[in-house]
Ligand binder design. Structure first.
Ligand code: G4P
Length: 194
C-alpha cells in the first residue's frame, strides 16, 4: 500500500460518515498532478511486464490518474461516458450501472471504434465501493473482445463488496489504498505487503 497516499488521506481527507470519505483536495475536485504521477508509477511497478495497450476509465474523477498512467505506458486513454453524447452514433458499447450511493442507474458508453480484440486494457477508477462502475466498465470492454489485464483503484473501501465481486469474476484488482473502516470518524487501513 502506498504510504504517501495513506498519509495524504489522513491529512487531507474528511470522513463524512461511516461509508464516505471526502478527498476533494487531490482526487475528486482539485487534482495534484505530481501526486497522480506517483500513483501511476506505483500501478506500473505492480503490473510489471503485464501487456497494456489501452487505459480505460469512467468520467469524471478517473480521468486524471488514467491520463497520467496512459502517458507512462505511451498508450491511449479512453474515458467511458455516463451520458450518450450527441456526436456518438449507434456504434457504441453500453452497460447499465446502478449507483447505490445515488440510488439511480445510468448507461455508460464507449465507442466501438476505440477497442479491438487485440487490446489489453487496464481499467482505472478513483473509488471502489460496490463495484458497479468497475463491473459496468468490464462489461463494455468485454463486448469488444478485448482482454482486461487488471483493474487499478486509487481508494478501495474494503468494507463494501466491490473487491470481492471483481475477484469472484477473476479480475486482478490493484488498489493503492484499502480502507478497512471509517468508524468513529477515523480511517483504518488494511495493512498488507506490496
Ligand atoms: P460503485 O461504482 O463501486 O458501486 O460505487 P457507488 O455507486 O457507491 O459510487 C458512486 C459514485 O460515488 C462514484 O463517483 C464513486 O467514485 C463515488 N464514491 C463512492 N464512495 C465514495 C467515497 O467514499 N468518497 C468519495 N469521495 N466518492 C465516493 P461518480 O458519481 O462516478 O463521480 P465522479 O467520478 O464524476 O467524480
Amino acid at each position: 500500500m502506498m504510504e504517501q497516499l495513506k498519509a495524504k488521506m489522513r491529512a487531507e481527507g474528511s470522513v463524512i460518515d461511516t461509508h464516505v470519505l471526502k478527498v476533494d483536495t487531490f482526487l475528486n475536485h482539485q487534482v495534484d498532478p505530481i501526486f497522480m504521477l506517483s500513483m501511476a508509477e506505483e500501478w506500473k511497478r505492480r503490473l510489471g511486464d503485464e501487456k497494456i495497450t489501452k487505459i480505460v476509465t469512467l468520467e469524471s474523477s478517473g480521468i486524471a490518474p488514467a491520463l497520467i498512467l496512459a502517458q507512462l505506458y505511451g498508450v491511449e486513454m479512453i474515458f467511458a461516458r455516463k451520458k450518450k453524447s450527441i456526436t456518438m452514433d449507434d456504434s457504441i458499447y453500453t452497460a447499465d450501472v446502478y449507483s447505490y450511493t445515488k440510488k439511480l442507474s445510468h448507461t455508460i458508453t464507449i465507442s466501438k471504434s476505440f477497442l479491438t480484440e487485440q487490446d489489453h486494457v487496464l481499467i482505472i477508477d478513483d473509488f471502489l465501493a460496490n463495484g458497479e462502475a468497475a463491473l459496468g466498465l468490464c462489461d463494455v470492454i468485454e463486448q469488444s473482445g478485448a482482454t482486461i489485464a487488471a483493474i487499478g483503484i486509487v481508494i478501495e473501501k474494503s468494507f463494501q463488496p466491490g473487491r470481492q465481486k471483481l475477484l469472484e469474476k477473476n479480475y486482478r484488482v490493484e488498489s493503492l489504498a484499502r480502507i478497512a473502516s471509517l468508524n468513529n470518524g477515523e480511517i483504518t487501513f488494511i495493512e498488507e505487503k506490496t
